[in-house]
Design a protein around this ligand. Structure first.
Ligand SMILES: Cc1cc2nc3c(=O)[nH]c(=O)nc-3n(C[C@H](O)[C@H](O)[C@H](O)COP(=O)(O)OP(=O)(O)OC[C@H]3O[C@@H](n4cnc5c(N)ncnc54)[C@H](O)[C@@H]3O)c2cc1C
Length: 186
């Protein structure tokens, strides 16, 4: 993720929300100006885009071209590469209610941070009802199809400690009971 000083000035990059050893046991918190993170090498920073490219090990012309494309997309109000929403629709669903999800990258210093999946859970998957029946796109149960556990978990975007196992056991029982009471095809 690449962003500029104007974006950083708008709000903190990280939040106190989260789980894991560093947050829970070591009391680590994101600094507002990212000084600590830059010092630790987690966040890269440079006054120029070229310098940032060197910091993150990519060809400067590629980064410059990508940022230019991104900025012209911002001006046009459309992410032509990935079609991501640029503004939040309705009330924010996560931590902040900021309407802006994206911004042009215009004025240094520039920052970059490597993004990769770190969550311990994948809460996505099919939608299910209270009977553990998997629902189709019209919210109708798909006959004889059940799910339980992390696949299509009922939990939202925030990981809830000690809840997945409980859910897996509860919906496992519900799904198992319902599946075993289906009429045999034979
Ligand atoms: C580090 C960590 C900490 C966690 N802490 C907690 C906690 O404190 N409390 C809590 O409630 N939850 C916690 N969870 C979440 C919880 O462990 C999981 O949500 C839960 O185990 C999911 O159970 P599941 O049966 O749905 O899936 P899984 O346990 O992932 O089981 C899926 C199984 O399917 C098998 N499989 C995959 N593909 C195939 C295939 N093609 N053919 C055959 N088998 C296949 C896999 O090998 C696996 O055995 C934690 C998870 C992690 C990773």
């Amino acid at each position: 993720m690449v962003f500029d000083q104007a974006t950083l000035d708008k709000g903190p990059l990280g939040s106190a929300l989260g789980s894991g050893y560093a947050v829970n046991r070591e009391g680590l918190k994101w600094t507002r100006d990212l000084k600590k993170e830059i010092q630790a090498g987690i966040v890269k920073c440079s006054s120029t885009m070229k310098g940032l490219a060197t910091e993150i090990g990519v060809p400067p012309e590629n980064l410059e071209e990508t940022v230019q494309k991104w900025n012209s997309d911002m001006e046009a109000g459309r992410d032509s590469l990935f079609g991501r929403p640029l503004r939040a629709q309705g009330k924010g669903t996560y931590i902040y209610d900021a309407p802006e999800l994206s911004a042009a990258i215009e004025k240094g210093p520039y920052y970059a941070i490597e993004m990769f999946p770190i969550l311990v859970n994948t809460q996505g998957g099919p939608k299910k009802n209270v009977k553990a029946q998997v629902l189709d796109a019209f919210n109708q149960p798909i006959p004889r199809l059940y799910c339980a556990g992390e696949l299509g978990s009922m939990w939202g975007p925030i990981y809830q400690g000690a809840c997945n196992i409980g859910e897996a056991m509860i919906f496992g029982r519900i799904a198992g009971r319902a599946a075993s009471s289906e009429k045999s095809w034979d």
